[in-house]
Structures are given as structure tokens and as C-alpha cells.
Design a protein around this ligand. Sequence first.
Ligand code: APR
Length: 422
Amino acid sequence: MIGWIKNLFKKKSVSKESIQLPILPESDILEVKNYALKDWKLGETHGISHWQRVERNGILLSLENGRIREDINIKVVRFFAYLHDKCRLNDWADLEHGVRAAEMLTTIRYTILKDFTDEEIALLGKACRYHTTELRTGNPTIDVCFDADRLDLCRVGIAPNPKRMATKQGAYYATNIHLVSKHVLKYEKNSLRQKIAVLTGAGISAESGLATFRDSNGLWKQYDAKKLASAAGFHENPQAVLDFYNYRRKQLLEVEPNHAHKMLAELEKLHDVTILTQNVDNLHERAGSSHVIHLHGELTKVTSSKDRLNPHCIKDYPLDKLICLGDKAEDGSQLRPFIVWFGEYVDAIEVAMDYVKKADIFVVIGTSLTIHPAANLVEHVHPEVPKFIIDPNTKKAPNGFVHIKESATKGVDKLIEELRNL
Ligand code: APR
């Protein structure tokens, strides 16, 4: 049995005025919370703040002497809070929404509810189905669900009626409604491995000694991008392009990951970190990041100049080995660097978009956000997700982003601090 439940059952007499709500792991309900939020079109009357209050009320109603009563299944109560409104058609008298919610449970039985026993599914189903039609059922878990929702009627200007509550506790709190709002539901800090998506650009490797593209000493200030980073340029002067990439491949042997790369790898100890990098260097991997998606290719690989995405032709190529004119790919075509050149399709963008949409936290480090479709990823972050950008020069951070106006190596320490305080 989960440790926090054991502690909740030890008997100790506590007055209602001084009850402290137990601090619970949010990880237990995050998936159902996100499911409830997904495609939610109705307003806040039945939105996330209501559901969180119903969760809080449910926990409060389940306490006896400061402990969760053994005869109440708090998991069912917490899931009820986030599922009972899921099938609402409108924000007012939709009395059938409970029945629809009960039916909807079958569609998530083996996903979000996979850890539920059949008995728990039955309890949750009844709580959803009857919470607007039955006064009480006599089952403590279901009746607590009923009252948890009814105690929040004040949000629509209705004072909960002690006579219309299913439980003694419910009647008590309906009479002393001021006591309810005193309680705030807190989740265990850092109990949750968060899904963090980090979009990086050339700026994160600048302090390792690799030039960015558009800063004063940037590559595209020194070289012609059209000539050196396009299929047309390769066709026109393949030797010049190979020289350019051989120089950059060799440079990779002379540089090391910096503190910023290393801290992102470190972060994996606490969270599920996905690096979505525009960089073609391998410094994230060398720093220890285990989940790196390269949007613009990799200098450590080569491919066919006839079909660059042909998996049989994409090969690791030792960095100290030059790519030369006449070197053949598997398909007999001229070998080229495995780089996404201007005008070429960014095949990893859909996968990246998916990680951005699913992220609990989104971070941008060292990119001018000028090159699409990568730059467009910032538009797909969930509005409620904490967003950070680390860049010493960015004039205006994208909307809703916390701007850490520092270099990558300094900025990541501030970021880690921010994440701790989330
Ligand atoms: N720490 C953090 N950010 C930095 C640092 C640093 N030490 N130094 C520079 N920067 C920032 C700059 O302020 C700028 O916003 O890094 C960004 C670098 O921007 P670009 O040079 O435009 O590089 P990037 O955004 O990665 O380019 C995108 O363009 O040329 C193509 O395919 C190439 O992937 C590349 C894409």
C-alpha cells in the first residue's frame, strides 16, 4: 500500500477548525486532469478550478480526526472530481451529464482507469451517474463524491443545503461553508516527474566555441547560406559545400559540451526531458542527454544526395573522416552530409510537435526563433504550461514566456531554480 495512505489511517483527535488537508502526490491524478481539460469547451463554471475544488472538498469530507477514513476510496473521489463533468453539453441544467459521464468511463477503462479494480470502476460509475439525481446511496465513497460537488454550488450562487447533503460531514460543512474555502489543496512538491520539452539552437553551443548563425560573428555573416546550405548550392558547387561541412565536422572534435548541455542531461534524474534541437552538433548526446531529437540533421551522419531520407543510406560517419567528392552512398549517389538544408522538409517536425503539445514545462534556449517550422513550435505549447526562454540578446520573449536574459550556462542554473519553485 502507498506510504502516504498508511500514515493517513493512524487515529488522532483533531478539531474541524484546525484540520490540515494531507499533501498528496499530483502524479496520481495528472493524467485524468489532462484528460478532463482536453477539448474542454465549456467555461470555468464547470472547469478546472471547479474540479480542483471538488477534489479538495472530497478529501476534506473524507477526513476523520485528520485522517482519511478507511471506508472511503479516496482514489475514486479524486477521479470523480475530474470526470463527473466531462460529458456536459452546457454550463446549466444538463441533468443527463452524469449518465453520459458514467458511460464514458468504459472508453477509458483500459487507459486512464487501467489501475482501477472493477469495484472501483463500479463506485466511480455510480458516483457519476447519480450525483445529480440521487440524494444519497449509503455508500460512503459515492456519497462523499456527491457532497464534494454539492459543496461547490456556491460558485453558481446556490448555498449548499445541509438537508440536501448525502453525508453528516457534508451537512456540517454546508452549514459552515466558510470552513471549506479555508482549505487549499497542495500537492507533494516535485513528486511528479514532469515532461519537459527543451527547444535549443546554436546559442546553447556558443560557449562551447561553436559560432551561432546570425550573431555578429555568426556563420551566415561569414558564409553564404544559399550557396552552402541548400540542395541547389550543393548541385552547383558540391566541393565548396563538402569543405564547409567537413570543417564543421572536424570542429566538433575540438569542442566539449558546456554547463548548459550538462545541466539538461542532469535534469533527467528528476524529469522526462526531451531535447528538440535545431543544432547539428552532438553536444547534447555527449553531455549525456538520452532523448535528443535533431530537427535539422546531424554532422556525425551522412546520407544519399538522391534520397536523403532513405534509412538505408543514412550512416554514422567518423568526424575525422572527410566526405569527399566521389564518395558513394548505399544507392550509388554522391554522399552528402545528413543536414536539412534550406528549402528541405523537416521530417522530425511532427514528432517534435507532439512532445511540445504534451509537455508539462517548455523551455527555449539559444535560438533566434527565426527559422520555421522549428520556430513555430512555441505556438503549440499548452497555454497553462510554464514556459521559459534563455537568451542574453532576445529583445522580446514570446508571449507567456519567463525570459531568463542570461547566457545558456548561467541561465540553466536560474532555470533549475525556477523549476524547483514551480
Ligand atoms: N547563450 C544563450 N543564447 C545565446 C548565446 C549564449 N551564450 N549566444 C547567443 N545566443 C542566442 C542569440 O541571442 C540568438 O538568439 O542564440 C541565438 C542564436 O540564433 P541563430 O544564430 O539564429 O541560431 P538558431 O536560432 O539556432 O538558427 C536556427 O537556422 O541557419 C539555420 O539550420 C540552422 O538550426 C539553424 C537555424
